[in-house]
Design a protein around this ligand. Structure first.
Ligand code: ARG
Length: 563
């Protein structure tokens, strides 16, 4: 069903291999107007090679092509326009989707290879921010898409569970904290302790010394310090787990920064051995001047280690444990420099596998055009946002479909799906404006719209009493069905592109487009009319349901059959 490839093959043969099949494929376009056919090849590049004008070349090549999948191949100016044989192609497409079911769109590019994905990675004792939500949702979608491409995936939650802030937190807790409050609303209470510390330290700078002392104790395995740290960590994790459960996302590893406490000496020793460590203002750093970058800090003057040192140790650990082919870090764009530095230092250490490492950055989530910030304690708690989205979804559903059973379950799928889809439909690097009412619209570029289209397809199938028999398929030729078939056909390619460019938004946009094509088909064509093509149309509806459901699954959304 790789029609572009088929077309490219035909053209490459017709021009006696002057361009390879791949070269031709890369030049093939989708014509803008439907009357220009389904695939077009511009002949400009051939003019030099064949020493003829593109118009002459187009005219002669068009005549040579004769393939069952093409009804017509016509030269139009310098273009060779191919018109697919709708009956043959639509029949093939539908047969293959029905045969493959949810396996449709898979490929085996990654068979036998492993990818680690560093995703989510929120910070203990702080709220789960919108940035962490984006990392979680984009990272999870990327992992699903990688699996669809045959890769084995390891989802790693690199928790921010270490650092001098724990000294401050312990100090604040000892002074003003209450066990009860932490148990009741851990994140809120820990955050307010942290905020209070920063307020009080202004008038009372010696608090800083105390915090430093507590952090030293923590590093030295002091019993009380460790106990508190562990407790804060457990309470925070339980809160984060609620969010992961709502999102339906789980991890293969939650080894956070603290896990690498005893694994950094080795990295430092390696750096020393390769003479890469340089003293700079009392600290040890690795210089990256030759790349025009500032140095990566490895060890502070007091011997303390840093974020970057942990990432070096983590990379080494992951390579040893998982032998990854690729290692993705789904982290906001503000950390681009950090990852550039980490990857370069690994390369300087001579690790060839570092070439498989990639930072997958993304933009901010904005509220009224401004960055949503957790500083100063003014923060939207994600759990509340999710609850609100689910409530809104429930209202929408109750209005549209008051008789619906399992309303709550479905509202959950729709409300949460809306948030996730909103995060995924924009190019990763764009900033996105956070608006609950926009993301929940049933009409518009939203998750609920795609889910609703899927439910509509399911309900048509439920109404039908006809048993679909692929042997009787005739193929579909009308323009509306053909629009849907062409959209269905593009799915495997979209999966590949989404993976190669680490851009789940391609898939999200694709699902919107498939939904539009299907809804336009549905409003113009009577699916259940009792005529010769009824079987084909039902197969088309099934194929749409299969593809939408699988596409949504890859993005992390569920697809209710009613809504
Ligand atoms: N906890 C960090 C933050 O919130 C993100 C960690 C990303 N992963 C990593 N391996 N550095 O900024």
């Amino acid at each position: 069903m790789e029609l572009v490839k088929t077309y490219a093959q035909e053209i490459s043969t017709a021009i006696e291999g002057k361009l390879t099949v791949t070269e031709v494929s890369e030049l093939i376009e989708q014509p803008k107007h439907r009357n220009q056919g389904d695939l077009a090849f511009p002949c400009f590049v051939l003019a030099k090679k064949l020493k003829k004008s593109p118009l002459v070349i187009a005219a002669s090549v068009a005549l040579k092509i004769n393939h069952a999948h093409f009804e017509n191949v016509i030269a139009e100016g310098p273009y060779i326009n191919g018109f697919l044989n709708r009956a043959v192609v639509s029949k093939n497409v539908l047969l293959s989707i029905l045969a493959l079911q949810d396996g449709y769109g898979s490929n085996n590019e990654g068979t036998g290879k492993t990818i680690t994905l560093d995703l989510s990675s929120p910070n203990i004792a702080k709220p789960f921010s919108m940035g962490h939500l984006r990392s979680t949702v984009i990272g999870n979608a990327m992992a699903n898409i990688a699996e669809k491409c045959g890769y084995e995936t390891i989802r790693i939650n690199h928790l921010g569970d270490w650092g001098t802030q724990f000294g401050k937190l312990i100090t604040a807790y000892q002074l003003w904290g209450s066990e009860e409050k932490v148990k009741q609303a851990p994140i809120q209470e820990l955050l307010s302790l942290y905020v209070r510390f920063h307020e009080e330290v202004e008038a009372n700078p010696e608090l800083n010394d105390e915090a430093r002392l507590w952090f030293k104790k923590l590093e030295g395995h002091d019993e009380r310090a460790e106990l508190l740290w562990k407790w804060f960590r457990d309470e925070s994790l339980q809160e984060f787990d609620k969010i992961y459960q709502l999102l339906g996302i789980s991890f293969d590893s939650v080894n956070g920064e603290a896990f690498y406490n005893d694994k950094m000496d080795e990295v430092v020793a390696m750096l020393e051995q390769k003479n890469l460590l340089v003293k700079s203002g009392g600290a040890d750093v690795v210089l990256l001047d030759e790349y025009g970058l500032p140095p990566l800090l490895i060890r502070k003057s007091d011997g303390g280690t840093l974020y970057g040192t942990r990432d070096l140790a983590a990379a080494l650990y992951r390579q040893r444990n998982y032998q990854f082919e690729k290692s993705f870090y789904v982290v906001g764009q503000e950390q681009s420099l950090h990852f550039k530095q980490v990857f370069l230092v690994l390369k300087k250490l001579g690790f060839n596998w570092a070439h498989g490492m990639e930072h997958v950055p993304f933009g901010f989530i904005l509220k009224d055009g401004k960055k949503m910030s957790t500083r100063k304690g003014k923060v939207v708690l994600l759990e509340q946002v999710i609850k609100e989205a689910v409530d809104m979804a429930e209202n929408n559903i109750a209005e549209r479909n008051p008789q619906l059973q399992e309303k709550e379950d479905i509202a959950q799928m729709v409300g949460i799906g809306a948030i996730m889809f909103h995060d995924l439909k924009n190019d990763r690097l764009n900033n996105v404006e956070f608006s609950l009412s926009d993301m929940l619209k049933f009409e518009g570029n939203t998750g609920p719209y795609v889910q609703y289209t899927h439910a509509r397809a399911c309900s048509i199938l439920k109404k039908s009493t006809v048993k679909v028999n692929p042997e009787t398929f005739k193929g579909l030729e009308d323009a509306y069905s053909w629009g849907v078939v062409k959209a269905l056909m593009a799915f495997p390619d979209v999966i590949e592109r989404s993976f190669q460019q680490s851009e789940p938004s391609h898939l999200a946009k694709y699902l919107l487009n498939l939904s539009q094509e299907f809804n336009s088909f549905y409003s113009h064509v009577k699916v259940l009319a009792d005529d010769a093509e009824q079987q084909d149309r039902l197969a088309l509806v099934m194929s749409v349901a299969i593809t939408l459901k699988e596409g949504l699954r890859l993005l992390g959304l569920r697809a209710p059959e009613r809504m």
